[in-house]
Design a protein around this ligand. Structure first.
Ligand code: URA
Length: 235
């Protein structure tokens, strides 16, 4: 692959910046300064150092975002703020997209990647990848709500998989664990119980928790360990 592409894929510069920096002599390949951005390099064999830092080639990028309210889980939107806008240009250029959607008013953990196969598999209901959401609701949940969630609720002509509802003692908040992602699923499940969600936030995806250090709108790369967990859950 091209040297400037390897540098931008590593997430340290945009393709344009990488090309300019290479021309300016800021990259070495196997210890030798290379000034041609189109020089062919083998990510598995060649050692590329960019601005003094050895690069680790990343075939795919996996990001954890603390989605703020008001953003749509889309890669593009003409009229509304969208989550991709919260990532830096070199990630936007890689074509990252969200692994499953959160409603515009839902906050919390959104994993974004350019690994289409893993994203697709992680979302397949057959893989039973668990997502845990915390919620608040308008009215106290009735005593039989846990059983209704566990039995697999019917929403119109759709039958939900069994879900785990764990209310707080006052039954006005708690968590819901789902292994699928139907349209507005949790909101519709609460409506089915004549209740209403007043706030919803995703806490975990495939057992990966939202990093509490991330303020709304902040993101970080998944750690190696988290990537392994995601790949294991999806594959
Ligand atoms: N269920 C919903 O109703 N909304 C979400 O954003 C996620 C799950």
């Amino acid at each position: 692959m091209r040297l400037d592409k390897l540098i931008s894929d590593a997430g340290v510069a945009t393709r344009k910046e990488a090309a300019a920096a290479v021309r300016a002599g800021q990259a070495t390949v196997n210890g030798t300064v290379v000034r041609e951005p189109d020089r062919k390099v083998d990510p598995g064999r060649d050692t590329v150092v960019f601005r003094g830092t050895p690069l680790v080639y990343r075939q795919f990028v996996y990001v954890m975002l603390n989605k703020p309210a008001g953003y749509v889980s889309a890669t593009d939107d003409r009229s509304l703020p969208y989550v991709l806008e919260l990532l830096p240009p070199e990630y936007r250029k890689r074509g990252l997209f969200p692994v499953g959607r959160l409603d515009r008013d839902t906050t919390g953990l959104l994993i974004m990647t350019d690994d289409g196969q893993t994203a697709h598999r992680a979302l397949s209901p057959r893989r039973h990848v668990e997502k845990v959401y915390s919620f608040t609701c308008l009215a106290p949940l009735p005593p039989d709500a846990e059983a209704a969630f566990a039995a697999g609720m019917t929403l119109g002509d759709e039958i939900c998989k069994p879900a785990r509802l764990s209310p707080s003692p006052d039954r006005l908040s708690g968590t819901v664990a789902l292994t699928e992602g139907k349209y507005h699923q949790i909101k519709r499940m609460f409506e089915r119980l004549d209740n209403k969600i007043t706030s919803l936030s995703r806490e975990t995806f495939a057992g990966i928790p939202l990093d509490p250090a991330l303020a709304p709108g902040e993101w970080r790369d998944l750690t190696e360990e988290e990537i392994k967990t995601l790949l294991a859950a999806a594959n």
